[in-house]
Ligand binder design. Structure first.
Ligand code: KG4
Ligand code: ZN
Length: 328
């Protein structure tokens, strides 16, 4: 069974082919067009998807030595995401569906991220807790089966990746800044704790996150510092910011796992590329934490194809419905 995955929800144009649950090919184009603006510009994203999607799909079939007539299912991200960006992928998928009479299913982008962990760990058993940490979302889900998710915590303001990108901009890094902040923090003296930022702790019974206060703390900290100070202390600033983000993510995951009685935890989404976060999660959960290869953490069509395939196997296909803000 061959599934064609299509992902265009934000600033990655990606197409992939899966043979059952195994990746045949997964092509990802990360739009560089946004770095000059310090963040994703929706109009620019839609146009860039439109320019690339056709060529990437041709390259995909060539790489796999296959053609569209080999495809048994099309899985396309239809929510959540940027409306114009989603529209490119959904329209492209529907065009192929109509022309070639191939079944199609819409896939929720966050559900796709959760399934990225199963691309590499197909033996992973339910139930598990999923920590989804990306540029647009930060949430904890109890996952009991394909299509069975309960959100037990989410950000009440910025997503963790968004905080990385905004703080990165303040200290002179290009968008997206997650990897640059991580690399810079590694240059800091490990024993120097002269700079620290507060970790938000929300009251209440859920495991919600908040990162906007942290972002504001960094902003106020930088307000009276000159360029030379910032340049000299950039590694320490990055380390302090990153420690606060990771502490919040890991503490909430630990508490949620305990309260929900979950042994296994998956860490997915673009921020899951972060080595320090992976290490901190492994320190807490040991061999019961699962994360995909970094290439499968950021937005990609292989995870969308797998999610579509899993629903197909449950006889649970749904026609793509554009709902840019719909979570799971
Ligand atoms: O999942 P993703 O590719 O797109 C969304 O669905 O948002 O995540 C992108 C986010 C960006 O905010 C980027 O800065 C962040 O992931 N990111 C990282 C790292 N690599 C990417 N954040 C922290 N450390 C990293 N190594
Ligand atoms: Zn994503």
């Amino acid at each position: 069974m061959i599934t064609l995955g299509i992902e265009t929800s934000c600033d990655e144009t990606s197409v992939a082919l899966l043979d059952n649950e195994k990746i045949i090919s997964n092509i990802i184009y990360s739009q560089l067009e946004h770095s000059a603006y310090g963040g994703v510009v929706p109009e620019v994203a839609s146009r860039a998807h439109l320019e690339k999607i056709d060529r990437l799909t041709t390259a995909l079939f060539k790489e796999a030595s296959m053609s569209i007539s080999d495809v048994n299912l099309i899985a396309v991200t239809d929510s959540p995401g940027l409306a114009g960006a989603l529209l490119v992928g959904v329209s492209f998928g529907l065009g192929l569906h109509e022309s070639w009479n191939i079944p199609i299913t819409g896939v929720n982008h966050l559900e796709g991220h959760i399934f990225s962990s199963l691309l590499e760990h197909p033996q992973l058993e339910y139930p598990f807790l999923a920590l989804v940490v990306s540029g647009g979302h930060t949430a904890l889900y109890k996952v009991t089966d394909v299509g069975c998710y309960e959100c037990v915590g989410q950000t009440v303001d910025d997503a963790a990746g968004e905080a990385y990108d905004k703080v990165g901009k303040m200290i002179g890094f290009q968008y997206p800044a997650g990897r640059a902040i991580e690399d810079e923090s590694l240059k800091a003296d490990i024993d120097n704790t002269s700079i620290s930022f507060p970790v938000a702790r929300l009251s209440g019974s859920s495991f919600d996150f908040s990162f906007s206060g942290l972002k504001t703390s960094v902003k106020y900290f930088l307000a009276d510092k000159n360029a030379q100070y910032i340049a000299e202390n950039r590694p320490l600033i990055c380390k302090a910011f990153q420690n606060a983000v990771i502490s919040s993510l890991v503490t909430n995951a630990k508490n949620a796992a305990r309260q929900c009685n979950m042994k296994r935890v998956v860490l997915v989404g673009g921020v899951a590329c972060n080595r320090q976060l992976r290490k901190s999660m492994a320190d807490v959960f040991g061999s019961e934490v699962y994360f995909p290869h970094p290439k499968l953490c950021t937005d990609n069509a292989a995870m969308i194809a797998l999610c579509g395939y899993k629903h197909y196997m449950k006889n649970d296909l749904r026609f793509p419905r554009m709902n840019p803000s719909k979570g799971i």
